[in-house]
Ligand binder design. Structure first.
Ligand code: ZN
Length: 506
């Protein structure tokens, strides 16, 4: 996308997307369009039969929260401005306010006069989403075929016969495909860059070719990889690039087996992954991501002027091996395209193959990536979209998932020295919605409320409070009876202990 077309910050949301009911006097036309097309519900307690209701909850999470300003949450999802300004729309006798507005664009709504949900999705993970979407397959609809039966006879319901899983193609989609238009395209093109150990390039020759003739051909020695090093010998600009960066500035001329400076277009490189079990070629790959402009294999394994006998030794000299950095890098690289589940599987595979010298180091440096999707799954399982998890809970659930993969492979986290083990009590309580919601504290808000209330205490109340909290802090235990309190003050006073205790538990 052109840089001018990007909308990278939250200030861009409000002029484009609105999630509020317009003022009926200022924008009467928009008001009637929003009321007709962009109001969700009524659902929930007012209308249990609304199609959005799943397990007695709105599957689209309406009504949303009131919100004075648009913002972006920790996961990169937008929270649109929904002010509590008293505007409402009445539907089926229920007053629906800004919390029930489906985000829309004023211009599109006025022009097309239809339900058009517009959302801000400017985030890196959209790429993952986009590609997952493509692989999901075409749209489907469940069609029910009702059989005419005699009304006197009891109707026999055979669900298998009644329901067919059919594919529905609309006229527009059908024509689009008939005319063979692109369903999607990719840009820029990605060039797969082969690499090999010295004298191990692939050759193609016919079965009846004479092997000596084949080996004498000058083109045999030149592979895409070796030509890269040849190009580094003659071109100064080439030496500023790593192998992967090379296609951005150079073009491979297959018929001449040469790299030429790029004049038009854009392309990026990719070198395929190699299993650590294959030894030298694996270490060569690691070096290729670091070394710029080498002119020979020897130069690739030269570090600070010293040539090392193997690629592995060069990796050690560069500090890439003894601390498992390459595995951290591997997980980071995989996180650009792989889901959280894939990453956890990758980490488990690394553990099982005994490749990690310090598994706990790799874990500490990648757990944020490995926990991708855990919070989302937890929110879905507990049907609690606003749920947050603290670092310990998140780590624990991630470790639990990894342990499940290991158990299926007849091993366990317990077999790996220094790897933390999930706290199973915590895992079982985190699958319990009541406990999780109870522990889902918003510490800054609690702290603020506590400070406000603490200042409102009388001296006598403050002394009582301090006495009780000292007993709790010193773990002495005891029973206290508050006498002579004004009836109304009791809940107010009691809340302060609870808040202080909540904060302490955390
Ligand atoms: Zn709903």
């Amino acid at each position: 996308m052109h840089p001018d077309s990007k909308r990278p910050t939250v200030e861009y949301i409000d002029p484009i997307i609105s999630a509020e009911i317009p003022n009926i006097n200022e924008e009467p036309e928009l008001y009637s369009l929003v009321s007709e097309f962009m109001i969700h519900g009524p659902c929930g307690a007012e209308n249990m039969n609304c199609p959005c209701m799943v397990d007695r909850q709105c599957s689209k999470n309406f009504p949303k929260q009131f919100c004075n300003h648009s913002s972006v949450d920790n996961n990169g999802y937008p929270l649109y401005m929904r002010r509590n300004n008293g505007y409402f729309v009445e539907k089926s006798g229920v007053k629906l306010d800004n919390r029930n507005v489906v985000p829309y664009n004023k211009y599109l709504l006025k022009r097309y006069q239809a339900h058009i949900n517009v959302e801000w999705c400017n985030q890196g993970s959209s790429i993952k989403y986009l590609f997952k979407y493509i692989n999901k397959g075409p749209d489907r609809a469940t069609v029910a075929v009702d059989i005419n039966t005699d009304s006197h006879q009891e109707k026999v319901v055979d669900e298998i016969k009644d329901y067919y899983d059919c594919r529905y193609l609309s006229a527009c989609e059908a024509s689009w495909r008939i005319f063979k238009y692109d369903v999607h395209y990719r840009y820029p093109s990605v060039m797969r860059l082969p690499f090999h150990l010295p004298n191990q390039q692939q050759l193609i020759y016919a079965a009846d070719d004479d092997i000596d003739d084949v080996l004498e051909q000058p083109s045999v020695a030149a592979s895409m990889f070796t030509s890269w090093m040849e190009c580094n010998k003659i071109n100064k600009d080439a030496r500023k690039l790593t192998y992967v960066e090379f296609p951005t500035k150079f073009v491979w001329k297959a018929n001449h087996k040469l790299w030429k400076p790029r004049k038009i277009g854009r392309s990026i490189g990719r070198i395929h992954s190699v299993s650590p079990k294959l030894g030298e070629i694996y270490f060569l790959r690691i070096l290729l991501n670091k070394v710029k402009g080498p002119k020979s294999f020897e130069e690739i394994r030269t570090v600070n002027g010293e040539e090392f006998p193997t690629f592995r030794d060069a990796c050690y000299a560069l500090g890439l091996l003894d601390d498992d950095k390459e595995y951290v890098e591997a997980i980071k690289e995989a996180s650009h395209s792989g889901s959280g589940f894939y990453l956890r599987f990758l980490f488990a595979t690394m553990l099982m193959s005994d490749s990690l010298g310090r598994p706990e180091f790799v874990w500490e440096n990648t757990w944020q990536l490995l926990s991708d999707g855990i919070l989302y799954n937890q929110q879905r399982t507990l049907k609690s979209p606003g749920l947050t998890l603290n670092e310990d809970q998140l780590k624990n659930l991630t470790l639990f998932e990894i342990e499940q993969i290991l158990l299926r492979n007849n091993t366990s986290l317990k077999n790996y020295n220094k790897m933390p083990y999930p706290d199973t009590d915590m895992v079982s309580s985190s699958t319990n919605r009541l406990i999780t919601e109870e522990l889902d504290y918003d510490i800054p808000i609690l702290k603020k409320e506590f400070d406000r209330m603490f200042h409102a205490l009388t001296n006598e109340q403050r002394n009582i409070f301090i006495d009780i909290m000292t007993t709790v802090n010193d773990k002495k235990g005891g029973v206290f009876l508050c006498m002579d309190m004004v009836e109304q003050a009791k809940p107010f006073f009691g809340r302060r202990y609870l808040q202080q205790l909540d904060v302490k538990v955390i």
